[in-house]
Design a protein around this ligand. Structure first.
Ligand code: LMR
Length: 393
């Protein structure tokens, strides 16, 4: 029976990771998967994470099951981090999930239960796994215009026009900050217009927030999701601790649901049910580390400070790369790199030129020309700039 299986489509980000590993060239540059690397090319364990883990090893007395929704203290801490005081705690249902991807998957399944006819409107482009999971769970993904390949900013008029065609009960999937893959983001005035449209058309808003703290700061990056959560009737939020706590492999995420027209306990019970069906109890270690950090003022301050260093180093690399490209190309056409925010920028070139840079200069970026800025350092910036200009981007 298993002989009926056919090969599944390859994930382009993970395929690139494997190709990079196999490349013997010493000067290769990995700008593929979204993982932060410091100047030495290492993805470090953050200081506060180390300390929280040390405390856990010393004090944790049991590894017994916790609860289907995960530890309530984790939900409280994450709701505080992402939503602040924007929404009353008792109107939020929340479950811990295996990473942000787990939250995205559970959100789509909840949508499927609540409204099997709903379509999910996704930015063009979006994180490829959004589209892949939607297809897998049997929900139609409808792209809306987002990235303007001329300006490398947001095609806001196009976005509103496309979302205006959504049907009542459909879902709009938005990136809370640091848009993946483009790095181009809405400003708050534009977010307000999107919220108005969502309300007018009676749509559900789903916000994926996986990079809080990587854009303009922890609080600044949460402003859009807080606006949506406090002003749209039905909201799903998929949050991730992978990047901002640097605990990628611990799989630590959260799904929140806020509804003005449903009873929170019923929504909560559905989220618990989905956890039970898919993996039963969510992973606990990463969640406990995060809770330890967020509830201890000293650890929290140290974590926020280290995260800020990471954010500023990425901004510095953006500036350096934009400047290096300005000099080498003799034009300002790469200025957008310094304007983009988050881990990624899409330089907006063809898969052929991306491949040319891989073959000629050992530069690994995703075929849609997304590059992970956090994969750069002082030494690789000039190599990349040269490769971009030499390839004729
Ligand atoms: C990425 O976009 O590179 C990250 O979100 C990692 C992943 O799972 O794809």
């Amino acid at each position: 029976m298993l002989s009926n299986l056919k090969a599944q489509p390859a994930d382009k980000i993970l395929t690139l990771m494997a190709a990079y590993r196999e490349d013997p060239r010493p000067a290769k540059v990995d700008l593929g998967v979204g993982v932060y690397k410091n100047a030495e090319g290492v993805t470090p364990v953050m200081r506060a994470v180390k300390e929280a883990e040390r405390r856990l090893v010393e004090t944790q007395e049991s590894k017994s099951y916790v609860a289907l929704a995960g530890d309530p203290a984790y939900a409280d801490a994450m709701i505080g981090l992402i939503l602040g005081e924007s929404v009353a705690r008792d109107s939020i249902a929340a479950v811990a999930t295996p990473g942000g991807t787990g939250a995205v998957r559970q959100a789509f399944e909840l949508i499927k239960i609540a409204n099997p006819a709903a379509k999910v409107h996704v930015s063009n482009p979006t994180w490829p796994n959004h589209v892949s999971i939607l297809k897998y769970v049997g929900i139609e993904a409808v792209p809306y215009r987002y990235f303007d390949t001329e300006t490398r900013g947001v095609d806001f008029e196009g976005m509103l026009e496309d979302l205006g065609k959504a049907a009542e009960g459909d879902v709009v999937l938005l990136h809370g900050c640091c848009h993946n893959p483009t790095g181009a983001n809405l400003n708050l005035t534009q977010w307000q217009k999107v919220v108005d449209l969502i309300n007018e058309k009676k749509l559900l808003a789903m916000v994926d927030i996986a990079y809080q703290g990587f854009g303009d700061g922890l609080e600044e990056d949460a402003q859009a999701v807080r606006l949506v959560a406090s002003s749209v009737a039905n909201v799903l939020i998929a949050g991730s601790c992978s990047k901002n706590f640097g605990i990628y492999r611990e799989r630590t995420g959260i799904l929140m649901a806020i509804s003005a027209d449903a009873e929170t306990p019923i929504v909560q019970q559905n989220l618990n049910f989905l956890n039970r069906q898919n993996y039963s109890f969510p992973p606990d270690h990463g969640a406990r580390v995060v809770t330890t950090i967020l509830t201890d003022p000293e650890l929290r301050a140290d974590w926020a400070a280290e995260l800020e260093e990471v954010r500023l180093s990425m901004l510095g690399l953006r500036e350096q790369l934009a400047e290096e490209l300005r000099e080498r190309s003799g034009s300002d056409r790469f200025g957008f790199i310094a304007q983009h925010r988050g881990m990624f920028s899409q330089i907006g070139t063809t898969p052929e030129l991306v491949e040319k840079m891989r073959v000629d200069s050992a530069i690994y970026m995703v075929s849609d020309s997304r590059m992970n800025i956090a994969g750069l350092n002082d030494k690789s910036v000039p190599i990349l700039a040269k490769a971009i200009v030499d390839a004729g981007v």
